[in-house]
Design a binder for this molecule. Sequence first.
Ligand code: SAH
Ligand code: SF4
Ligand code: F3S
Length: 458
Amino acid sequence: MGQANKKLFIKTWGCQMNVYDSRRMADVLRPLGYAEVDGPEDADMIIMNTCHIREKATDKVFSEIGRLKEHKKAKEANGGKMLMAVAGCVAQAEGELILQRAPDIDMVFGPQTYHQLPEMVLKATGMMGRPRIVNTDFPPESKFDLLPEENASQGMSAYLSIQEGCDKFCTFCVVPYTRGAEFSRPLRAIIDEAKQLAQNGAKEITLLGQNVNAYHGMGHNGSQADLTDVIDAVALIPEIERIRYSTSHPRDMDERLIDAHGNIEKLMPFLHLPVQSGSDKILKTMNRKHGRDLFFDIIEKLRVKRPDIVFSSDFIVGFPGETDQDHADTMDLIRRTKFASAYSFKYSARPGTPAANMQGLVREDVKNERLQELQALINEQQYEFNKSCMDRVMPVLFDRIGYKDGQILGRSPFFQSVSVTAPQRLLGQIIDVKINRASPNALSGEVVLVEDIYEAAE
Ligand code: SAH
Ligand code: SF4
Ligand code: F3S
C-alpha cells in the first residue's frame, strides 16, 4: 500500500454504537495511510455506516449512494480511484441486495467485521482485478480484541463501548439480527480503556451498549462482572467525575444497580430507560418480558435511592394491535412517571422481525395522532422540568462552543444543554452555573463567581 495521505470520509447514521464503530474503523485504517476528512470530495475511500432500525433505512442508503457516487465519478474522471463501502446494520441486513442494486459499491460489510477491514481493503484495491467484497459474517473472534488500542482523544466527554448485541428479541426490533448475540468485553479491557480516556482528558464517561445493563463480562480472577462492577471500577479513576450508561432495559435493572445510583456520587442523576409502551398487553406482544408495574417499581426505587434522579425513555406508538385504550395506558404511564425528556417513534415494520407479520395494523393517521399527543405531553413535561431548574446552581461540564458569540455550551447533571457567556478556557471544566433562563429544550445561566459565594455567605 502507498504511504500516508489517503483521504477517508465516513458518514454515520444511527445509534452511539455506530458512532463508536466509525471512530474505530478510522483507527483500523490509519496504519494503511488513511486519514479522516470532513467531506466526500476527492476522498480515496467513503464508508457509509448505516442504521436499519426504522423505515426507509435501505431507501435512504440507496439515495445517499446516488449522491456520493458523483464524487467517485469526478475522481475517476481525473484518473483517481475511490473505494465506496456500505457498513453497519443495513449492510448486515441487505448485503447482497446492495451489491446487486448499486454497481458503484465496492464493499459491503457488517458491524462484526471491522477488525478485518485492512484485509478487505487490500483485496478491494489489489492487483488481482478489483473484486467486490461482501462480508456479513459473525466471526468467532471479537472485534474488540483485534481492533487497535483506542488512542484518539474524545475530549472531556467520552463514550466507552462495553457491550454489544442483544439476545432479547423484542418483536419489532432488528438489532438482534444486525448486531448479533450479546457480547460483553472483559472488565480489565474496559478499565484500561477508561484510564486511557481519562489520560486524554475525559472527565465524563458514558458506558455504552445496546443492552448495557445486561453486561456480564469476565471480571477479576475469572469471576463474572456486571454493570455495577464496571461503574465501581470506573468511579475509582480520579479524573473521571461523571459516569453515565446507555441504553438499559428495565428487566436488567437489578437491585445492586439501583443501589449504585444511591451510593456512587459520580453516577449522574439521569437515566435513559426505554419502556416502549404503557400497556401490559402491548408490552407482552412486543416480547419486552415485563409489565408496567415493574417499570413503576424501578422508578420508585431509584427515586428513593437518588431523590434528584430524572428519567428519559423511548416510546413506540401504533404497534400492531394497539387500541385507544392501550395508547391511553401509555399516556397514563407518562403522566405518572414525569419524564425529563423522551424519544418517540411511529411503529415501523422491519423485514424479518416477528411483529412484521402481526395482525391489527394501526392506520397511519391514527399513528400520527397518537405520536403528536404523546410528544405534546413529553414536551410539556420537559419544559416543566427545565423550569423547575430556574435559580438552581448546578455543575455544568462545558464541552463545546456556542452558536452566539462568546457563548459556551455544556451539560447539566440531568443531561440538559446549558449555555453561558464565558471565556472559552472554561471548556473542559465542570463549573457551577446559576440557571436564569429555561426554555423547552435548554437552559442558560451565569457562571457562579467566587465573590458571589462570599457575598451569599455574608
Ligand atoms: N436497546 C434499546 C433500544 C434500541 S433501538 C432497548 O431495548 O430499548 C432504539 C429505539 O428505537 C427503541 O427503543 C425503540 O423505541 C425504537 N425502535 C426500534 N425498532 C423500532 C421499530 N421497528 N419501529 C419503531 N421504533 C423502533
Ligand atoms: Fe432491540 Fe429489544 Fe434488544 Fe432493545 S432489547 S436492542 S429493543 S431487541
Ligand atoms: Fe441502528 Fe444498528 Fe444502532 S440498526 S440503532 S445502528 S444497532
